[in-house]
Ligand binder design. Structure first.
Ligand SMILES: NC(=O)C1=CN([C@@H]2O[C@H](COP(=O)(O)OP(=O)(O)OC[C@H]3O[C@@H](n4cnc5c(N)ncnc54)[C@H](O)[C@@H]3O)[C@@H](O)[C@H]2O)C=CC1
Ligand SMILES: O=C([O-])CC(=O)C(=O)O
Length: 332
């Protein structure tokens, strides 16, 4: 029997990530090739005409899985009945800006969208915040939507995770699909800690540690980390626009693995509400290694954390605590 359609909200749908993301969702990249979808697209009035253009193109693409498109500038209409919300709407960072610089503009959007989602979305709503500062926007959303279970609110660090896989694959000249279990800890910002201490590569002799195959700790502890941390800025410098196709693809990976489950023996990185695991302060949205099954994620427990890593986990937690305070000061 055909499945019932899932309603997926994309905010900022007239923007550049939105333009890359909506066709992926309509093709089944996010929820599977047998899952019909109804897209809810939200943007603000100055972008209404462009948003309508996106809707026209979705119609023109004749996607078999796409059962409807609601394109609107009305938050209530956009959020009504949605099962999944991918929140991309906001102001992107420009060259020379840190993600903190876009804080004031964005947190107030997330406060008001929290209320709309709480009132109008489906009971099983899952939220992915993409817009920066992604962790802190997600935290504000959580705090101003107390009836949405905290386990249903997350932010995107999968792009950073995929960037780390990509760097290892390039360095060793191996297939990216043979690299797994890198971790992005902490904030989706330049303090994030891309950790390869538990990452492996599939070889003809079985799985081997990334550290052993790279055999260059100076690179792994230095340039590798800074390249992943600064990749967003490098893309902005090259394109004069921030990452879009890779961000859209990562958003699909994030939701797909959350809803459909992670492969056996593989974890991914997701920004989720901290419960104090790994001595990360509770009450932050922090990126952890997670596995998912039956639509629920779980933080991978018990990984040994060496002294080098400990400092980096703490540094990015510190930044998130400061961002939280700054966000509240922007809201007051
Ligand atoms: N977490 C991650 O890995 C990444 C996050 N980002 C962030 O994603 C966000 C979107 O990036 P782009 O698509 O490149 O930006 P964009 O400027 O092309 O699109 C943003 C869209 O959001 C709309 N918008 C603004 N306020 C809104 C509101 N209140 N409600 C609904 N829509 C609203 C704008 O009109 C625009 O159409 C930015 O905050 C960017 O920094 C970008 C790349 C990666
Ligand atoms: O760097 C930015 O502002 C956009 C972004 O989040 C990324 O590409 O990781």
């Amino acid at each position: 029997m055909a499945k019932d359609p899932v309603r997926v909200l994309v905010t900022g749908a007239a923007g550049q990530i939105g333009y890359a993301l909506v066709p992926m969702i309509a093709r089944g990249v996010m929820l599977g090739a047998d899952q019909p979808v109804i897209l809810h697209l939200l943007d603000i009035p100055p972008a209404a005409e462009a948003l309508n253009g996106v809707k026209m193109e979705l119609v023109d693409a004749a996607f078999p899985l796409l059962k409807g498109v609601v394109a609107t500038t009305d938050v209530v209409e956009a959020t009504t009945g949605v099962n999944i919300a991918v929140l991309v709407g906001g102001f992107p960072r420009k060259e020379g800006m840190e993600r903190k610089d876009v804080m004031g503009k964005n947190v107030s959007i997330y406060k008001s969208q929290a209320s709309a989602l709480e009132k109008h979305a489906a009971a099983d709503l899952k939220v992915l915040v993409v817009a920066n500062p992604a962790n802190t926007n997600a935290l504000i959303l959580k705090e101003f939507a107390p009836s949405i279970p905290e386990k249903n609110i997350s932010c995107l660090t999968r792009l950073d995770h995929n960037r780390a896989l990509g760097q290892i694959s390039e360095r060793l000249n191996v297939q990216v699909s043979d690299v797994k279990n890198v971790i992005i800890w902490g904030n989706h910002s330049s303090t994030q800690y891309p950790d390869v201490n538990h990452a492996t590569i599939k070889t003809s002799d079985g799985e081997k540690p990334v550290r052993e195959l790279v055999a260059d700790d100076a690179w792994l502890n230095g340039e590798f980390i800074s390249t992943v941390q600064q990749r967003g800025a490098a893309i902005i410098k090259a394109r004069k626009l921030s990452s879009a196709l890779s961000a859209a693809s990562a958003a699909c990976d994030h939701i797909r693995d959350w809803v459909l489950g992670t492969p056996e023996g593989t974890w991914v990185s997701m920004g989720v509400y901290s419960d104090g695991s790994y001595d990360v302060p509770a009450g932050l949205i922090y990126s952890f290694p997670v596995t998912a099954a039956n639509g629920e994620w779980k933080i991978v427990q018990g990984l040994p954390i060496d002294e080098f890593s400990r400092k980096k986990l703490d540094l990015t937690a510190q930044e998130l605590s400061e961002e939280k305070a700054l966000a509240y000061s922007c809201l007051s």
